[in-house]
Design a protein around this ligand. Structure first.
Ligand SMILES: [Zn+2]
Length: 249
């Protein structure tokens, strides 16, 4: 490794990858978790701990080294995604409303998974604002106040450790992608010395599906390249970036 290149990644890795899964879908437990377990990979699962939501199977994941993250309780999004104007939505919520929702989700996650020390946040529908037009305001500062990191989307899915906003990280939304495309995007972790984050929803299910064979191909690639690509939950990579910055790199 050239001496003028430093990275926050351990074991001389030249890039990092995080696999993230949104919305607590059953197909993640049924399909993604076994694939990752077989290959020794750990990821981040962003949940909405609504009333009656069973955290027990997700607590098992946390105990196996995965991260269980905050995706709010009620998953508030823009009404522009639908066609009904009078719904509970980001346009009509205040920053205080969103903060209360986020903090309640954290309270429920800590109650259900008390041994998990720290976890990150994920923006529902990748949206980080309340209001609209002249009244629109970002809630990224709230996320920065309460979490080490927040995952969004972005024009790119990769993040440079020296320049990224940890409170609004970029990710690639992986639905409908093929195995070779996912592998190519993961290779950017090394070629660009960056942290690549993938967002996955359902595995072979739901409105944003990813094929099981594609996820398997990506995970096998990450296993095979573990000597130079560090695959870890968002909270661990964010902590490494934060420490690296604090050391003045
Ligand atoms: Zn979501």
């Amino acid at each position: 490794m050239p001496s003028d290149i430093t990275t926050p990644w351990p074991d001389a890795c030249m890039g990092a990858v995080s696999l993230t899964f949104d919305d607590g879908r059953a197909s993640q437990l049924e399909k993604a978790v076994p694939i990752m377990a077989d290959l020794g990979l750990r990821g981040t699962f962003y949940l909405n701990p609504r009333d009656g939501f069973d955290l027990a199977p997700w607590r098992v994941l946390s105990q196996a080294g995965h991260e269980i993250g905050n995706h709010t309780v009620t998953h508030p999004c823009s009404r522009a995604l639908g066609d009904v104007p009078n719904v509970r939505c980001l346009e009509t919520l205040t920053l205080d409303d969103v903060e209360a929702d986020i903090l309640e989700a954290s309270r429920r996650l800590r109650a259900g998974i008390p041994e998990q020390a720290e976890f990150t946040f994920c923006y529902p529908c990748y949206q980080d604002h309340v209001g609209e037009g002249l009244t629109r305001r970002s809630y990224v500062p709230l996320v920065a106040k309460h979490f080490i990191a927040g995952r969004g989307r972005g024009e790119w899915g990769h993040n440079h450790p020296a320049t990224c906003d940890l409170a609004n990280l970029y990710s690639w939304n992986a639905e409908f992608m093929s195995g070779p495309v996912l592998v190519g995007l993961a290779q950017q972790a090394v070629s660009k010395r960056r942290w690549v984050i993938f967002t996955v929803h359902g595995i072979e299910d739901g409105h944003l599906p990813l094929a099981e064979v594609a996820l398997t191909e990506l995970c096998r690639f990450l296993r095979d390249r573990r000597a130079d690509i560090w695959t870890a939950p968002v909270v661990e990579v964010a902590a490494a970036v934060k420490a690296w910055r604090a050391a003045g790199r």
